[in-house]
Design a protein around this ligand. Structure first.
Ligand SMILES: [Zn+2]
Length: 158
């Protein structure tokens, strides 16, 4: 699979100011051609950016070098990206959405429900609603590859 995901750059995508450890900033995921693109913004540029085209965003902080095990993004950030990919029929979106659902199930946000012909139902426990998610019938190695892309996309959180 040819995924195209860009990770944290360490600088504001707009004014190019470099972030220092401990700096708070915003990160957002955008659609970019066939894949997804992550951009980080300083607070000033984020506030000034106007209507956003992002699929999902979160506020974060640059980890200090001694923070070896940076925390992963909040469930809500993943959930937002999952929701934004709703109804998309294009192959990569379907794969990304399905793997996000698996990851959310792993985090106990979703519970895997009925399995049908070409789809799996995931129950969103807190919101008491269900999502019928297309199952792209990926091989285990393909699922791992997509998971890795999600990790890169959301990498470096503190
Ligand atoms: Zn900036």
């Amino acid at each position: 699979m040819d995924w195209k995901v860009e990770k944290r750059t360490g600088a504001c995508a707009s004014c190019l100011r470099e972030f220092a450890p401990g700096d708070e900033h915003y990160s957002a995921v955008f659609r970019e051609g066939e894949g997804f693109l992550r951009r980080d913004y300083c607070e000033l540029c984020w506030d000034a950016r106007g209507k956003g085209e992002e699929l999902s965003f979160w506020r974060t902080r640059v980890p200090h070098p001694e923070e070896k095990h940076a925390r992963y993004v909040d469930d809500s950030v993943m959930l937002k990206l999952f929701s934004e990919l709703h109804g998309k029929e294009e192959g990569k979106d379907v794969r990304f959405r399905f793997v996000l659902a698996l990851m959310l199930a792993r985090r106990k946000v979703f519970k895997m429900g009925a399995v049908g012909e070409g789809f799996v139902v995931f129950d969103e426990k807190k919101a008491r609603r269900s999502h019928r998610v297309r199952d792209p019938s990926l091989k285990e190695s393909e699922i791992d590859a997509v998971k890795e892309e999600v990790r890169v996309l959301f990498a470096g959180e503190a």
